[in-house]
Write a protein that binds this ligand. Structure first.
Ligand code: SF4
Length: 164
């Protein structure tokens, strides 16, 4: 009997949480299906979380889809150029430190998906071998391969750029 009462209390709590999530989803302009798709265990895990966290949670699938398509999530604000030790130059949120060991693009890159790259220049890359005659402006070489290097100050996208 006691167990049945406890079970119904849990069900009621999950129902209340789900109703609250539906309200938040509507407020965020998200489809109700996003809440209906959550199983009870996921909903129960939302207990005691602040609304800001729950709102962010409801946006997670959207964020994942955007990132899978190589787009920076808008909630990152103005994306900043950062260096991930795995990915190389990437766009991350502005509060991120200049160099990170891993980033949210890592597993997408490993899965062969396109990730957004900030422009870089060969001239300030550790792999750049400046032109012997005109090191500042002449066309040098890239230590990673022939015909890879650009003019030292020409912006371009390169996954192998690394700080000197
Ligand atoms: S091609 Fe890429 S790795 Fe090579 S020097 Fe330029 S930025 Fe660096």
């Amino acid at each position: 009997m006691g167990a049945r009462v406890a079970g119904s209390q849990v069900s009621q709590r999950v129902a209340d949480l789900r109703a609250h999530l539906l309200t938040l989803a509507a407020d965020e302009g998200l489809p109700a299906d996003r809440v209906h798709a959550l199983d009870d265990a996921d909903v129960a895990a939302c207990a005691d979380l602040p609304d800001d966290t729950l709102r962010a949670y409801l946006h997670l699938p959207e964020r994942g889809q955007r990132m899978d398509a190589g787009q920076v999530p808008p909630e990152w604000g103005e994306p900043a150029r950062r260096t991930c030790e795995g990915c190389g130059p990437v766009l991350l949120w502005p509060e991120c430190p200049p160099v990170v060991k891993a980033c949210p693009w890592c597993f997408r890159r490993k899965a062969g998906k396109a990730i957004p790259r900030p422009p870089v220049t060969c001239g300030d890359c550790r792999h750049y071998l400046p032109d012997a005659v005109n090191p500042d402006a002449g066309l040098g070489r890239c230590a990673l391969g022939a015909r890879r290097a650009y003019w030292p100050m020409k912006p371009h996208r390169c996954a192998d750029w690394r700080a000197p």
